[in-house]
Structures are given as C-alpha cells and as structure tokens.
Design a protein around this ligand. Sequence first.
Ligand code: GUN
Length: 305
Amino acid sequence: MAHIIDGKAYATRLREEIGRQVRKLREHDLVTPGLAVILVGEDPASQIYVRNKANQAREAEMASFEYRLAYGVPQAQLLELIERLNQDPAVHGILVQLPLPPQVDAERVINAIRPDKDIDGFHPINVGKLGTGGQGIVPCTPLGCLMLLKHHLGDMSGLHALVLGRSNIVGKPMANLLLNEHCTVTIAHSRSRDLQAECRRADILVAAVGRARLVPGHWLKPGATVIDVGINRIEEDDQARLVGDVDFASASTVAGAITPVPGGVGPMTIACLLLNTLEATCRQHGIAFPAGIMQSAWGNDACLD
Ligand code: GUN
C-alpha cells in the first residue's frame, strides 16, 4: 500500500509556524501582515473558500480584510477598490477570488494588482519570474504540491514528472516549478493522445484536470508519487462525495505515495496563501524572510530547502 501524504497535517504545522513568525514581527513592532480578499457575487463554493481564507489568516494573527461585491458590480468599481488596496500600507496581499462574472475582464483585474501584493502569483510579472527562474510570487496550489513533493522525495533531479492539466492556476506553474527542480516534465491535457502511456512513464504525477477518478491505478508506474489536485463533487450510493482526479482505491495499491482527497493538497493551498502573504510583507518592509520556516514546520526530518 502507498504511503499516504498527509497534506492536512503538514498544512497545520506550516500555519502554526507562520503564526509564530507573525507574532515575532508584531512583538518587534515591525508590522502586522494584512491580507485583503475580494469576492464578487455569491457562488457558494467561492463563499466557502473566501471564508476559510479569511478565518485562517486571522488564526495566524494576520489582519484580514474582506470585501464582498454584488455579482453585477461594474468593472470600474472593482478596479477602484484594487487601486485603493494597492496604496494601503496595512494591506500586503490582495486576492480576488476567481471566477469573476462576465462583465468583468479577469485579465484586466489581475493586471491591476500590484505585483508585489499579488499573493496568488497570477500577475504576468510573477508568471514571467517563475518562467525565468526568478524570485517572484508562486501560485499557492502548485507551491503546496511542490512542498509535499520535496518533503516526500527530497531531490527530484532527473525524475519524469507528468502534469495533467494546463491551467494558469495549477498546470502551467506546476510544470515550471518541476522544471526548476530539474525534473523531465511533460504536460498532458484534454487533447493529448495517449494519457495512459504518459502516466506509465511518470515517477511523479500531478493531476489537475477536474475529472473525477480519471486516472485508474493500472495507468500508474509502480512506486510513483501521486499528487491529486482534483476536488470533484460526485453522487455515489445516494451520497454526495468529494473525489480526486485519481481513483484513490486502485491507485493506492500501485503508487509509492499518494495524497488523499480531501485532506491532501486542499489544506496546503490556504497555508501557502498565508506563506505568500508573510513573504510579501517581509519584502515590502525590507525584512529578511525567515529562511528556516519550512524546515521548522516540517520538523527535523525535513528535506526542504
Ligand atoms: N479560484 C480557484 N482557485 C483560486 C485561487 O487559487 N485563487 C483565486 N484567486 N481564485 C481561485
């Protein structure tokens, strides 16, 4: 049976360590990191995400600012709010929950966020820095996946990594992160010819396509490390269930290690949002980012750098 990578436990430790660092900053009268989250409309899933983000920011003793705008809000009003937050010294990170309603141009909105406050890492400046191996802000979900992989595998040089999915939020940044770790990277997507053959070659599989149980165990290379980003709601045996993009039951008999859904990647995403907010705060104030933060969160067995 595969080792189960407990993202929930890792995320808890990381959040606690972030909380300790935030307290340290305050005790030295330096600064309180501030996170502003903007939600447009009333999509139930987005409401839950935004509430969780704000609650966890407060638990880590950050300042949390929430803005809820009506579904029909004019784009200009949203851009005005972003500009105000760009200028506000109490706000170090700005997140606009996606998706946005049709009257709003998401690209325009993302481009309006100051790159050093773009804790989602979606601004073209941050995307470009990731692509060139620079020190930008990295999107939270792929960053969380990378931490779990590094913790489990250590050095990933030369390993074959397959990223299933090519979204701007997960697939593309994930591929760049793995490339920076010296993996041989393949990106597969809905038009790829032979997914099974691609999976079979992969020492590392990151699945982020949003298709329930797309990958069965027999597609995997025995011993592979599987990171399942999918969160798919299905009805089964008259019950609502959350399942990943990988069929956990069969995959866990073939893989060497696998993240569960729920309790794998999901909790890491918010922990990384807080980490990005802390890092953005430090950069904006010229404070050295606590380099050992990941090692402290992971304990002495850490292989993160
Ligand atoms: N919607 C789904 N995932 C994300 C994310 O990582 N950031 C934002 N801003 N919106 C999302």
